[in-house]
Design a binder for this molecule. Sequence first.
Ligand code: ZN
Ligand code: ZN
Ligand code: FE
Length: 746
Amino acid sequence: MYSVKIRSIKLKIRGRVQGVGFRPFVYRIATQLDLKGYVLNSSKGVEILLQGDKESISKFISQLKHNAPPLSVIDRIEEEEIEDIEYKDFSIKKSKKEEGFVFISPDIAVCEDCLREMRDPKDRRYRYPFINCTNCGPRYTIIEDIPYDRPKTTMKKFKMCEECEREYNDPLSRRFHAQPISCHDCGPSIWIEGIKTEDIFKSIGELLKNGKILAIKGLGGFHIACDATNKEAISNLRERKMRPHKPFALMMKDIDMVKKYCFVSEDEEKLLTSPQCPIVLLKIRDIKDIQENIAPGYKYLGVMLPYTPYHYLMFDYIDFPIVMTSANISDEPIIKDNEEAKKGLKNIVDFFVLHDRDIRHRVDDSVVFIQDGMMQFIRRSRGYAPDPIKLPISVRPSLALGPELKNTFALAKENIAFLSPHIGDLKNIETLSVFEETINEYIKLFKIEPLIIVQDMHPAYITSQIADKLKNYVEVKEIQHHKAHIFSLMLDNGYKDDLIGFAFDGTGYGEDGNIWGGEVFVGNIDGLERVMHFDYFPIAGGDSAIQHPGRIAISYLHRFFPEYTKKIEHRFKPFEVELIKKMVDSGKVFHTSSLGRIFDLVSGILGIIDKITYEAQSAIYLEMIAMEDDNNDVYPFSIEGEKIKIDTIVEAIFHDIDKGKDRAYIARKFHNTIVKIIISASLKLREEVGINTVGFSGGVFQNRLLLHLLLDALKDMPFDVLLHKHVPSNDGGISLGQLVMAKSDL
Ligand code: ZN
Ligand code: ZN
Ligand code: FE
């Protein structure tokens, strides 16, 4: 008997191919095409051995490329013809450990299919709070080691029942090798601590309705929840959490409820309902029945939809929006364990909703917004981390420690970087230990042993103490904060060539020892040169000045326009004013070029807020007030050599005040002026160096009004524009840029 020539092909698939239903998909197409061999998870991805005729194999590869499961991302397929024994069938083999890259899926909101089953009284998972499948559910948050298999997740303590085990082993089931698979009979349970109830979700609804504050264990950590329409509950929460002003994120029942309170564009709706299910900042339509103090002074509301099955079950009994804020104490990391929550939150919440599926890795909710059609991250965490970010350069195995505030770190090798989820402010000892713990977990999971550590050049940063401890074992390199911002922007865009880069933010240690934050660079991936910056001005009193925008105004005015100081002095205590003046006179000040501080200065002159209680609050208020006016006027400014001068702006603001112009007019005109400065600087530099690409990074570009006005102004300009895509423009994206110091050819 003649047979068609049998070939043996080994395929190695790289990318996000584990925990996303990839093997059952491979099994299905292989058996349909009558191919023999096997598929298995390796620590590098998925390995497939195919035996069959040429035609079937090429059909297989084409299907692999075009019909892969929705959550999978194929990065690369390596194909190799090999000699092997003859296989009688196609099977799914045990995972294999090897050295190399590994990709871990982020956590995914419950999918439509699972929701349908959860709503079906005839389904055995009817109203099951932890329903999931290969397309949805927890991933990174429960994984303890790789390869991603049930015994290496926090689900290992739940022994599958017979029925679940059958599905788990059935390549044609929606739950084939879904590691968190479980059901009413064998899975985790959820309860309200200290309350016996027939229906826990009904009880949760009642507690919230009665104004109680609840800690609710989620996917990557605890939330603190309360009725967003209950004034007393909100003010209790603010008081207990010592958080007087900072906005709270809300969870709403469904998209219709969101549309009642906020304007929702098509793109925003897509994001809200995406598998990542982030918090989306939406323009407020009408929040009369939501208490004003959810987001005091804001014109935007952070909203997300339910994303775990039990969030949906809760909302069966809730018909109002609820506050869902990360459960932590002041700026510490989000709380993830039951005992940790009961101890840490006992003075904040009235009740605890706990479950016994352990969270291995804490992950906060991600926060994003869409401006002029572009999605921008404020915080990249749940749903996105630890997805890899592809680099346009090759780097040596390296760890970039990131900034001190809004920290994320980046672990990288070759052309792949893994950014951590949002860690938080490292000034805090608890955050620091989570930082170190998460680094160790990343090194273990992604199998990258860093040879280079990159840190910010700020000598007083905590990251530099960490780097110091390690310098005997690995090479330690430094990078300036704002250069890291621009490099981050470049890597984020896969861009290596020449650009004019604007790094505008609050604070970063400069190469000359001053506090930078209004810097313009020219260069490319091989190096950046600082070519312009806002002219330095003195700030007396360090961190406490930043909390009191008025003090920044007094320092500035006393130095440059003493005659104007009188116009705002009356708002302060006389000794306070004298102290600041004395410090400025004696030179005991630091000098800054920070645009964030210039926003504070203007805010201070206008008396918008006396004392801020969260970062960038005065700049945000200035933006919100500016949204109330739509003039196109611009203040006079000048660029002298590399200095951008703002004294004429300040002078003209006082003239406007004297003329009786209101704060909204002035705030808007100030925004227009910053845009005009950027455009003028870009044109001037384009003339000088012949570069047509401009890019923007730094926290200032999370100012949506500024971003909108800027993009509008650039529309008819001869520039290619780079904005962040995959990481935040604030310090949460810095670690990506720091990786440039580990470039292979350095
Ligand atoms: Zn599902
Ligand atoms: Zn079961
Ligand atoms: Fe920064």
